[in-house]
Write a protein that binds this ligand. Structure first.
Ligand code: 5RP
Length: 220
C-alpha cells in the first residue's frame, strides 16, 4: 500500500530495526507496522533469537529467515532484550492503546518481558487522549456474562485468539485510563485489555513524512 501513513509506518519500522544488535533476543509485535519492521530486521542479517506475538508475524518472520523460538514451556526465554510493536493510539499522556489486530494479551506479555519496549507508529496514531474502542480479550468460558457485567462492551465477529480467547471492545468512557485499566483487569473473565501504561513503554518512534520523531516513554 502506498499511502502517506504506510510510508510513515515503514520509516518508523526502519528506525526501530537499527536499534537491534547482533545476539539480541527480540519480541516481534503484530500488525502492518510490524510487518515492515520484520522486513527491515531480516534485511540486517543479524544473529537473533526472536519470539512472535501472533501466527501471522511468526510465519512472515520465518519466511524471511528470522529464528523464531517458542515462548511457552519450561525452556522458553524468560527475558527479552527488546520488543517492538505497533499501536492503535498513542496519547499525549503516554498511554498506548493496542490490540486492533487481536493480539493484545501476547503483545503485553512480550512487552513486559523486554528490557526495552519500542512502539512504532505513523503520525496519525498520535491522539490528545485515549478514546474508545479499547480492545479486550475475554475468556471464552462465561464470555456472555463477562460482556454483560462490563456493560459498555461488544463482542467482535472474529475467530478466537490462538489462546482460545474471545475478542471484544470496550466502548464506554475512558476519562481516566489508569482507573479503567484497573477496572478491566479486575473484572472476572477479562484476560487482558489493550491499555498499555506509560511505564511499560520505553520509546515511541513516530514516522512523520520521511523523518522519525522519538517520544520518550515512561520507562526511558
Ligand atoms: C495488534 C496491534 C497492532 O500493533 C495495532 O493494531 C496497530 O496495527 P497496525 O500496525 O496495522 O496499524 O495492537 O494487536
Amino acid at each position: 500500500m502506498g499511502s502517506a501513513a504506510e510510508h510513515e509506518k515503514r520509516v518508523a519500522a526502519a528506525a526501530a530495526a537499527e536499534l537491534v544488535e547482533n545476539g539480541m533476543s527480540v519480541g516481534l509485535g503484530t500488525g502492518s507496522t510490524v510487518a515492515h519492521f520484520v522486513v527491515a530486521l531480516a534485511a540486517r542479517r543479524l544473529e537473533l533469537r526472536c519470539v512472535a506475538t501472533s501466527p501471522a508475524t511468526e510465519s512472515a518472520a520465518r519466511a524471511l529467515g528470522l529464528d523464531i523460538l517458542p515462548f511457552e514451556g519450561d525452556h522458553a526465554l524468560a527475558r527479552l532484550d527488546l520488543a517492538v510493536d505497533g499501536a492503535d493510539q498513542v496519547a499525549a499522556n503516554g498511554w498506548v492503546v493496542k490490540g486492533g489486530g487481536g493480539a493484545l494479551t501476547r503483545e503485553k506479555v512480550v512487552a513486559a518481558a523486554a528490557e526495552r519496549f519500542v512502539v512504532i507508529v505513523s503520525a496519525d496514531k498520535l491522539v490528545e487522549r485515549v478514546a474508545p474502542p479499547i480492545p479486550l480479550e475475554l475468556l471464552a468460558f462465561g464470555s456472555s456474562s463477562t460482556l454483560d457485567r462490563l456493560g459498555h462492551a461488544r463482542r467482535h465477529e472474529s475467530p478466537p485468539t490462538p489462546d482460545g480467547g474471545v475478542l471484544a471492545d470496550w466502548l464506554g468512557p475512558v476519562a481516566d485510563p489508569g482507573a479503567l485499566a484497573s477496572t478491566l483487569a479486575s473484572t472476572a473473565g477479562v484476560v487482558d485489555h489493550g491499555l498499555f501504561p506509560p511505564q511499560l513503554v520505553s520509546d515511541v518512534l513516530v514516522g512523520r513524512g520521511d523523518t522519525v520523531e522519538r517520544i520518550p516513554g515512561g520507562r526511558s
